[in-house]
Design a protein around this ligand. Structure first.
Ligand code: UDP
Ligand code: MG
Length: 310
């Protein structure tokens, strides 16, 4: 069976369309499936729509978070709850074309364990946004060691890969990169990002910045190395300045040197503060991880599993 995971945050208009479109496509392709909606603390009527879809169709299930935990958490909840031998994750705004699920499934049948959906274009994005996205993917690609530029959350994973992912203890897991990091026999399916059918993008600039920072820190310690780098740079600058100062002292032309002092003071103080901030950020992340809080909290489920399941 194929489990289709759909994280949903304020997607009341999309639930029914998504469930119907995906059911139709998979039924036509004679693929046995279940659809699993994860309501990520929506503030609109998304959960009611999921309950309706679930009672209308046996193959549709829903999980409701107690509040908004973010898309990553929703994806991991889906992986945890999925019962299929393979699992596909896609956005419920259908920007990831559901027809491609069939192609992915056929590749899985051929023996591939991870099928990555790769964007053939990035859709429409504004200037500043696309620049920030480029920077983010540069850093992440570097850290992860593979090209993430066109990676997306649209993927199919074999049960083996799913089990590896759900057994990872990381709280700030970055699904998009982890699914490549785990390895396995991988292939790609390219797709064109569709226009969102209804509703609007859930990502505010603030949410995107937070998302970028969390994921960079979860995959790379490079920002901490910047600290060392600036430290070394400062050391070289101050060394040169010291040599000059001593030379001036010895030749008796030592002037006030006040400007240099001010510059050095201000400069080094700010670098120290930035560095402490970076270290503090990582400390906070470590703190978050060791507290061992759950990644998400489920408040309700439709068709709650009892006993051994199927
Ligand atoms: N989403 C979620 N939790 C959030 C934000 C988004 O589950 O806190 C879901 C959303 O419902 C959608 C998917 O993640 O199914 C992608 O979100 P969106 O379409 O807003 O992002 P974009 O396509 O604009 O990058
Ligand atoms: Mg979208």
């Amino acid at each position: 069976m194929l489990s289709v995971i759909l994280p949903a945050y304020n997607e009341e208009q999309m639930i029914q369309i998504a469930a119907q479109t995906i059911s139709r496509i998979l039924s036509d392709a004679h693929i046995d499936f279940e659809i699993l909606f994860i309501n990520d603390g929506s503030k609109d009527r998304t959960w009611e729509r999921i309950e309706e879809a679930s009672s209308a169709d046996d193959r549709v299930r829903g999980i409701c978070f107690s509040r908004n935990f973010g898309k990553e958490a929703a994806v991991f909840a889906g992986l945890n709850e999925a019962r299929g031998e393979c699992v596909v994750v896609l956005d419920c705004d259908l920007q990831h074309p559901p027809e491609k699920i069939v192609d992915m499934y056929r590749l899985w049948e051929e023996g591939y364990e991870v099928v990555e959906g790769v964007k053939s274009d990035r859709g429409r994005e504004s200037g500043a946004h696309s620049f920030a996205a480029k920077m983010f993917y540069k850093i992440i690609s570097r850290a992860a060691g593979f090209d993430m530029e066109n990676a997306s959350d649209f993927k199919l994973l074999d049960r083996k890969a799913v089990n590896v992912l759900i057994n990872m203890r990381e709280k700030n897991a970055f699904f998009r990169a982890l699914s490549s990091w785990i390895g396995f026999k991988t292939t790609m399916v390219s797709y064109e990002v569709q226009e969102r059918m209804a509703g609007e993008s859930k990502w505010s600039t603030r949410a995107l910045i937070k998302y970028a920072l969390t994921n960079i820190s979860s995959f790379s310690a490079a920002p901490m190395q910047f600290v060392t780098f600036f430290g070394v740079l400062m050391f070289i600058v101050s060394f040169v300045l010291s040599v000059i100062a001593i030379y001036q002292k010895l030749t008796g032309v030592a002037l006030g040197g006040f400007t240099t002092m001010i510059l050095l003071q201000g400069f080094s103080a700010s670098i120290i503060m930035i560095s402490l901030g970076v270290i503090g950020y990582y400390l906070a992340k470590i703190y978050e991880e060791i507290k061992g809080r759950p990644r998400y909290i489920i408040s309700k489920e439709t068709k709650k599993q009892t006993g051994t399941g199927d």
